[in-house]
Design a protein around this ligand. Sequence first.
Ligand SMILES: [Zn+2]
Length: 85
Amino acid sequence: MLLKLIIFAIVAGILYRFLGGRLPFIDRKKSQKKEEHEFGVIEATSECSYCSTYITEDDAIIHQKKTYCSNECLEKAKIENRKRN
Ligand SMILES: [Zn+2]
């Protein structure tokens, strides 16, 4: 009985590593929860730090913990930061 448990633990460990440390059945549960929302899938939005445009998190460019709507805004913000320093 104990031997079976050890073998099971080893096999589980190998599978876990094989899947890159991710448990697909847990990930699937999470994504199902998102889709079940009564208003459909709502994407998180964030505001561009430079021009204040609202963008979805998929489109957002994150740089130094700030979000930007485009590379253009990111570059402009970088130039402004350089001027300030
Ligand atoms: Zn912008």
